[in-house]
Design a binder for this molecule. Structure first.
Ligand SMILES: O=C[C@H](O)[C@H](O)[C@H](O)COP(=O)(O)O
Length: 237
């Protein structure tokens, strides 16, 4: 099963890279386990085609991946406009609404995606849902300022129901600390939601830095299966 999932991630990543990355572009590089296959493919093509890309990372991990594959590392300061961004997701619904941040990276990912002319999602087929919360049961990640985590937690519970849980680290005592020095709350919800309204409600709570809901951002999602097939779903808009 694990190998089948990895195979699905790989075919989706390779197809998205081959269809969307062109010479000379500024490329946003996402975070997580699926993006590894995309950067491997970009590196492979770069050796053959001298792509001359500038790659903008969304995390510490992405920065290392870019450098490990001999690609040119850039920043939003020098390249504020991105041609294409590619990233993974924890779940994708029928509207191409996404939950992201399962690996603790969401704020830089959202900034990079917002600067990109096109934003593509790569995932194995398990992430392809009609309704968010069908396969991803860990909730919506919310990045919060550490000093505000407790009131934010209480306010979200009051405003939305469900439960906003402080994400704890597994190989360190205490909470997960993001690349930006913040904490993460995972808002575990029940049933279908009005996602634009939920996004507004969460963002309006002082102390919230960003949410892992990416709405109306992705142009297409590539879902790979172990047998090498890739389903491409494009935005309805
Ligand atoms: O925090 C992590 C990022 O949002 C990832 O892109 C997301 O969790 C998907 O990761 P993976 O490709 O490992 O499933």
């Amino acid at each position: 099963m694990a190998d089948a999932t990895e195979a699905g991630k790989m075919v989706a990543a390779r197809r998205a890279v081959d269809e969307n990355i062109k010479k000379g572009q500024v490329v946003g590089i996402g975070s997580g386990s699926t993006i590894i296959f995309a950067v491997e493919r970009i590196g492979e093509r770069n050796k053959k085609e001298a792509l001359n890309l500038t790659c903008i990372p969304t995390s510490f991990q992405a920065r290392q991946l870019i450098q490990d594959h001999g690609l040119t590392l850039g920043s939003l300061e020098t390249s504020p406009e991105i041609d294409v961004a590619i990233d993974g997701a924890d779940e994708v619904d029928d509207n191409l609404y996404l939950i992201k941040g399962g690996g603790g990276c969401l704020m830089q990912e959202k900034i990079i995606a917002s600067c990109a002319k096109s934003f593509f999602i790569i995932a194995d087929t398990r992430k392809n849902s009609k309704v968010l919360g069908t396969s991803w049961k860990k909730g919506v990640p919310i990045e919060v300022l550490p000093m505000a985590y407790r009131p934010v937690q209480l306010k979200i519970n009051q405003l939305l129901g469900g439960k906003a849980e402080l994400r704890m680290a597994s190989r360190k005592a205490g909470p997960v600390v993001t690349d930006n020095g913040n904490f993460i709350l995972d808002w575990v919800f029940d049933g279908a939601q009005d996602w634009p309204a939920v996004e507004r409600t969460i963002r309006d709570v002082p102390g919230v830095v960003e949410t892992g809901l990416f709405l109306n951002m992705a142009a297409a999602a590539y879902f790979g299966t172990a047998d090498g097939n890739v389903l491409v779903r494009t935005s309805k808009q």
